[in-house]
Design a protein around this ligand. Structure first.
Ligand SMILES: NC(=O)NCCC[C@H](N)C(=O)O
Length: 399
């Protein structure tokens, strides 16, 4: 069967990638809502867009097609029945009183698909539908400022996807949008879904790393529970369409700076990884569980404490090069990790895109033989995500 999606590694030459260009939603963050919207500042939209355009230009220069999630949404909303059903389902996520709900539905129904998409991302103000302004709660529908981090609400694993149960309310609509795209867009026709957002716990794409065709790394983190990791393992191990037989579950600290595994650990070459040393103790120990099928439809668990031997055994490699963010320096490492110095997007084995500001980590990666492409990051970094967070691979060539 022809596959529409193929991601059998973190490093295979990247060909197609899901992105979102930051839009008006970034201007709908205020100091009062910043925290619940998972931002640390209010970005300057114009510059954030310029920075994002430089990111996508760089992708194109490397013959990588950026696919905009907002265009996919518009394409499915062009079909009138889908549009009506989507509006009803989208509104059902929010506790709107009957009158505002009716006003909102009527307003959204008359929008052409591109404007509807813009409104879904930007959010909808009460005043826009003719309701009196409410200074405390100006929005009927919330803005989705995290949408440019396409890594998290979904993940491509092999030829299928997880549509993720997100941790915080601010990001749940992003998964809902992707579930509609998977159901209605021809690009995703017959795509296996390994996990759905209805799972009553949480798991996010920044915690899902495809190390090779058989092996995943999963972060157990602020955003992904152990229960969710075990559930995903069970689904992948028992589904004949999946090729995964090993999951390395890595427990990381639960905090905002290190919200996902990919904020502290990324694969950048066949045997090379970047890692923030702050996730390990002084003996390089951390809490790891290696999951395999138990042969009876369940999951067998083996515990481990050191990452290198686990990676060597799982990937069949004799050497592993762990490149420490910020050179492991007590100040440089956490400073650069905060601005996503560990969050690299591999576009081919040994070739990455990363934020320009993390110059010590960049220098070190170059000293370790990597090709590093830098992108500007003054405004994009304020959302606490880097190049890997801003991308969801749909197709990587096999290596
Ligand atoms: N994979 C990632 O680490 N994504 C970054 C997500 C940042 C976003 N502000 C969030 O808190 O969800």
């Amino acid at each position: 069967m022809d596959h529409h999606l193929q991601v059998n590694s973190e490093i295979g030459p990247l060909r197609t990638v899901l992105v979102h260009r930051p839009g008006a939603e970034l201007e709908n963050i205020t100091p009062a809502t910043m925290q619940e919207l998972l931002f640390d500042d209010v970005p300057f939209l114009k510059v954030a867009q310029q920075e994002h355009d430089q990111f996508t230009d760089l992708l194109r220069q490397h013959h990588i097609e950026p696919v905009y999630v907002e265009h996919l949404l518009t394409e499915i909303l062009n079909e009138p029945n889908t549009k009506t059903a989507f509006i009803a389902a989208y509104l059902a996520q929010f506790a709107l009183a009957p009158l505002p709900k009716q006003e909102t539905t009527t307003y959204l129904e008359q929008l052409p698909a591109p404007a509807l998409t813009n409104t879904i991302y930007a959010g909808l103000r009460r005043a826009t539908v003719g309701l009196p302004e409410n200074y405390q709660q100006p929005f009927l529908l919330p803005p989705l400022p995290n949408a440019y981090f396409t890594r998290d609400p979904q993940a491509t694993l092999g030829t299928g996807v997880t549509i993720n149960p997100m941790t915080f309310a601010a990001r749940k609509p992003e998964s809902m949008i992707f579930s509609w795209i998977v159901q209605h867009h021809p690009r995703f026709q017959a795509t296996p879904t390994w996990l759905s957002p209805t799972l009553p716990t949480h798991l996010e794409g920044g915690d899902e790393l495809v190390l090779n065709r058989q092996t995943l790394a999963l972060g157990i983190s602020e955003r992904t529970t152990r229960t969710a990791a075990l559930t995903l393992a069970q689904h992948l191990f028992t589904n004949p369409a999946s090729s995964f037989t090993t999951i390395i579950a890595i427990h990381i600290p639960h905090n905002h700076a290190m919200m996902h595994l990919d904020t502290v650990f990324t694969m950048v070459n066949r045997e090379q990884f970047t890692i923030f040393p702050g996730i390990m103790d002084h003996d390089y120990r951390l809490n790891i569980e290696v999951l395999h099928p138990d042969g009876h439809g369940g999951v067998a668990i083996k515990r481990a404490t050191h990452l290198k031997p686990v990676l060597q055994a799982s990937l069949g490699l004799s050497e592993i090069d762990l490149i420490e963010t910020g050179g492991g320096d007590a100040i440089v490492a956490p400073r650069e990790q905060w601005n996503d110095g560990s969050n690299n997007l591999a576009i081919a084995p040994g070739e990455v895109i990363t934020y320009d500001r993390n110059y010590r980590s960049i220098q070190l990666m170059r000293e370790h033989g990597l090709i590093v492409h830098e992108i500007p990051s003054s405004e994009l970094a304020r959302g606490r995500g880097g190049a890997r967070c801003m991308s969801q691979p749909l197709w990587r060539d096999d290596i």
